[in-house]
Write a protein that binds this ligand. Structure first.
Ligand SMILES: [Ca+2]
Length: 322
């Protein structure tokens, strides 16, 4: 059982990653930290509490809110065209019963790592701001993180927010620079891999066929998942990318569960923070074998096995089998 803290900026694929992590038998979700990104930190926190309630975990999962803006840059506007006005495809949930923790995200991360050294994997599927703040407050945690798995970056292919940069790194490049330079062992689940995890209509059909009708909560979860995936299809069509949804954030959870879902290669990755055109780019020296490496970069996906695990987990098939 892998113990993780998941850091999110809950939009559509974050929501899918939360449900995936909660339903996975291989993961113990110790807590979720939130920050700005797809939406504001406040909206991401509300969405996270609602998604947790819909997924009905066995135990309460604490949620701690973090950064409202990048380390040094101004507050961005939400990404409405991809995630809807509330981040989760305008889906309306009842107000959640669970409340956000009083402790903020970086203090929560620091405390859990100090209480459980070498035990916890950090999974970041939003900006790296909360971790950069935590590293500044308590640099001793660098040695206490088991591993960092992050969704972000694009090494050998174009970005998605600029031609060179991927959204999570571009969203706070200075924070990413701190983290990549910290010495924490990193697995980078970036666009090199996630653009090959295209969830399509036939995959949604399989998910819906396998999901139980069950009680009213299960019905609501099924309704919600259908809604956000369809919303994702529609926004991809509008952007000329066809009827599919890339499972960016869920793939980071998948990699924690089973690293055979991806192929990785090791590189020394650094972050551009000043380029006129290239701010937020993840860079490396591709000319020669790397003498020093800081990151395992995912370059390919075993799409069939990952999707099977994702669908079976969301539809409780693993629970039924065990
Ligand atoms: Ca995200």
């Amino acid at each position: 059982m892998k113990r993780i803290i998941l850091d999110v900026d809950t939009g559509i694929d974050d929501a899918l990653s939360i449900v995936y992590a909660i339903k996975s038998k291989e993961i113990k979700l110790e807590g979720i930290t939130t920050g700005f990104g797809n939406v504001s930190a406040e909206q991401a926190t509300l969405n996270t509490l609602q998604v947790i309630e819909a997924a009905q975990p066995d135990e309460e999962i604490p949620v701690a809110m973090g950064a409202k803006k990048p380390l040094y840059r101004s507050k961005p506007s939400p990404v409405v065209h991809v995630h809807g006005s509330n981040g989760i495809g305008d889906y309306k949930f009842p107000y959640p019963k669970q409340e956000v923790e009083e402790e903020n995200a970086s203090d929560f991360i620091i405390r859990l790592l100090n209480e459980n050294p070498h035990e916890i994997t950090l999974v970041f599927v939003g900006r790296l701001t909360n971790l950069a703040i935590a590293l500044k407050k308590d640099p001793t945690i660098i040695k206490k993180v088991k591993e960092l798995v992050l969704m972000g970056g694009a090494l050998k292919r174009p970005g998605n927010v600029t031609p060179w940069a991927e959204a999570n790194i571009y969203g706070d490049p200075e924070a990413a620079k701190e983290v990549f330079g910290s010495g924490i062992p990193i697995t980078m689940v970036g666009l090199d891999a996630t653009t090959k995890a295209d969830f399509r209509e036939e995959n949604l059909k399989e998910l819906l066929e396998k999901m139980p009708e069950g009680n009213s909560k299960e019905k609501q979860l099924k309704h919600f998942l259908t809604h956000i995936i369809q919303f994702g299809f529609d926004s991809s069509i509008k952007m000329g990318e066809g009827k599919q949804r890339l499972l960016h954030d869920p793939l980071a959870i998948g990699v924690v569960i089973n690293d055979n879902f991806v192929k990785t290669e090791e590189f020394q990755v650094c972050i551009e923070t000043e380029g006129t055109y290239t701010v937020g780019a993840t860079l490396t020296d591709l000319r020669r074998p790397q003498t020093e490496v800081n990151t395992k970069v995912c370059l390919d996906v075993n799409r069939k096995d990952f999707f099977k695990h994702f669908i079976d987990t969301l539809s409780n098939q693993h629970a039924l089998m065990s």
